[in-house]
Design a protein around this ligand. Sequence first.
Ligand code: MN
Length: 290
Amino acid sequence: MSIRTPVRLINARRTVEGGGFVVRRPFPTPELPLFDPFLLLDEMGPVDYAAGQAVGAPDHPHRGFETVTYLLDGEFEHEDSAGNRGKLNPGDIQWMTAGRGVVHSEMPSARVRQEGGRVHGFQLWVNLPSRDKMTAPRYQDVSAAQLPVASTPDGRTTVKVIAGEALGVAARVETRTPIVYFDVLLRPGGNVLLPSPAAFNAAVYVFEGTVRVGGERDVEEGTFVLLGDGDTIALACAADAKSPARMLVLGGEPLNEPVARYGPFVMNTEAEIHQAIADYQSGHFGGIAR
Ligand code: MN
């Protein structure tokens, strides 16, 4: 066993996205443009909206990658150009393979928009390999009740397995390339070792509390920790910590392919980006029927 240790710490910036919602974005940033095979991680909120103030991302297209929405608090409504619609509640996952293209909207629910309330969650963009960029769009929805959860025998550590496998518990979602995505909760005194194949890029994003990463470094919330070589991730919360620590663990086999990106389109070449824009502008992605 070889423990991965932190090689780089990145402070997630607060930035304003889409229709005006505040996100903490560990990447892409000038310091970290890409975390192959991942393209973007946004922490949406946490934000407490007053009545009439909640905003989201109205109709917009995607092509060439997957968007993964994981809601912790609030409610989101989703609609797309293929006629799909649905609602995300706390703890729910929507894994959308945009493939050759969808137009969708992602908005706080009508109730949250009218009455206000807390919104907190994550959106992760997973790149598709060249061979899958023009695949048919697909949704994999996993409700909070269906999301596989693993725990350590002492009960101090809980791992929600969004993708991959942890502590013998496998995810429900199928990924196009080998990926892990965990939501880890460490109560004071809790610790866990998670397998992280040597071929993966690996990182931890701390979004609550303080975590000891790799047995050597205490990392505060709002920090994205790139890990070095190894095959195991070691996470711990101090026994005298005042509160639990929460973090996302991300890892995946790098695609090592050229990335051409323009807003909501991520392809391999500039020519493919121009094609995506042309296809969108000429209506090939369709629109949302209302
Ligand atoms: Mn979107």
